[in-house]
Design a protein around this ligand. Structure first.
Ligand code: NAI
Length: 318
């Protein structure tokens, strides 16, 4: 099998001074891409700045014969990062929104600053970078975006209320970019990675971390951002050599007639039905809910005694 190449492409990796970002940057640098190595160079809590983190990775890529340039701006100034790509290489093809920090603290003790900083780096930072890249993607009718969520966002995680909220935001953000980008061949996917890094080294034992190399997250990301990939709007968990796709599941649910019988008691009586995932559906868009609403509207006459269907037709309730 021939190797997946990225010759002539420009890949921007945010937070590429360490951990997963560094692994992405080195990989794309070794596969023909010109890489913008962005890193603010602060602590994992988002304190301080340094040019060293990005410089070291740029040097590594160049020493291996690749092309790379450093950028030291915060992702909250995403336009400057994309500008670095345009100024140096004249284009951008792939954006890996990877930069991140942690501010773990129980919800009871959370301060506005802990919340705001996490939202700024993860949510606003990903938005700013993608927003600045978008016009280039649209114009060239090509673009690939990876946003970075987390299991903490998908499932919740003790002491990470701020981070969980920001990380699930990446899912909604990605789903919408995927829908808006599709007709311009702009694909956006989101990963919930797991890897040994300074972020995880304090929370996981060394023997587990030894089996979670950041390099093992890279191949899936490479597949997703390759020009041959059709994947768009998908959610993946990836780490330790394992990868899997996630999707929403909706129970068949319960539809009650909107008359006097529609009471909390009526819901409780059928609670099992709401919780029954037998023959569950896997919705992928708001439209998937419309069929259900249509059924529901039929059971819900307006004050003229009519029901409305979703094509705007009205019918008298018989
Ligand atoms: P890391 O701490 O090794 O790397 C993150 C990098 O982002 C650092 O080099 C840091 O300097 C940079 N950064 C932080 N704020 C920045 C800003 N405002 N602008 C530019 N760069 C900034 O962490 P790791 O583990 O490599 O994390 C990468 C991404 O993966 C993050 O978004 C993280 O939340 C996510 N993630 C990681 C998991 C893991 O198991 N390592 C689990 C789930 C999600």
């Amino acid at each position: 099998m021939s190797e997946l190449r990225f010759d002539g492409q420009v890949v921007v990796v945010t937070g590429a001074g360490g951990g997963l970002g560094r692994a992405y940057a080195l990989f794309f640098g070794s596969r023909g891409a010109s890489v913008v190595v962005n890193d603010l160079g602060g602590s994992f809590k988002g304190e301080g700045t340094s040019t060293k983190a990005a410089d070291v990775v740029v040097d590594e890529i160049k020493a291996a014969g690749g092309k790379a340039v450093a950028n030291y701006d915060s992702v909250t100034d995403g336009e400057k990062i994309i500008e670095t790509a345009i100024k140096n290489y004249g284009r951008i093809d792939v954006l890996l929104n990877n930069a991140g920090i942690l501010r773990d603290i129980s919800f009871k003790n959370m301060k506005d600053q802990d919340w705001d900083l996490i939202m700024a780096v993860h949510v606003k930072g990903s938005y700013k970078c993608a927003r600045a890249a978008w016009p280039y993607f649209r114009k060239q009718k090509y673009g690939r975006v990876i946003n970075t969520a987390s299991a903490a966002g998908l499932f919740g995680s003790f002491g990470q209320c701020n981070y969980s909220a920001a990380k699930l935001a990446m899912v909604g953000f990605t789903e919408t970019l995927a829908k808006e980008g599709a007709k311009y061949n702009i694909h956006a996917n989101v990963i919930a990675p797991i890897a040994a890094s300074r972020m995880t080294e304090t929370v996981m034992p060394p023997d587990i971390l030894a089996n979670l190399k950041p390099d093992w997250v890279v191949p899936l990301v490479a597949v997703l951002v390759h020009k041959s990939s059709e994947e768009n709007g998908a959610i993946f968990e990836v780490g330790g050599g394992h990868m899997a796709k996630l999707r929403w599941e909706r129970s068949r649910g319960l539809l009650l007639k909107a008359d006097d019988s529609y009471t909390p008691g009526a819901i409780l009586k059928k609670w099992d039905q709401i919780n029954n995932f037998e023959n569950a559906e896997h919705p992928t868009g708001v439209a998937d809910f419309m069929g259900l609403l249509e059924q529901s509207m039929k059971m819900r006459p307006n004050d003229k005694g009519e029901t409305l269907d979703f094509k705007g037709k009205v019918a008298l309730v018989t």
